[in-house]
Design a protein around this ligand. Structure first.
Ligand code: SF4
Ligand code: SF4
Length: 72
């Protein structure tokens, strides 16, 4: 295989269950989360490094960290 792939972990929010409390946004070291129109949290995948801090902090447990494969 000549195609190189690198794994990247990214946070995903179940927006239907998010209560827009902002806890995830406060703890994110990459400033990757915004609260979209005060309704749900939105993760910027370009900034997210998959550290998982937001998922630990979320009181509603609606954030999961998933592995992605991007082709270089
Ligand atoms: S996984 Fe880490 S970098 Fe990504 S949104 Fe959550 S706190 Fe921010
Ligand atoms: S901590 Fe959880 S419930 Fe609160 S805004 Fe973030 S994703 Fe939504």
């Amino acid at each position: 295989m000549s195609t190189l792939k690198r794994a990247k972990r990214t946070a995903f929010v179940d927006t239907s269950l998010c209560v827009a409390c902002g806890c995830c946004k406060r703890v994110c070291p990459m400033n990757a989360i915004s609260i979209n129109k005060g309704i749900f949290a939105l993760v910027n995948p370009e900034k997210c490094v998959g550290c998982g801090k937001c998922a630990k902090e979320c009181p509603a447990s609606v954030i999961t960290i998933k592995e992605n494969n991007y082709e270089n």
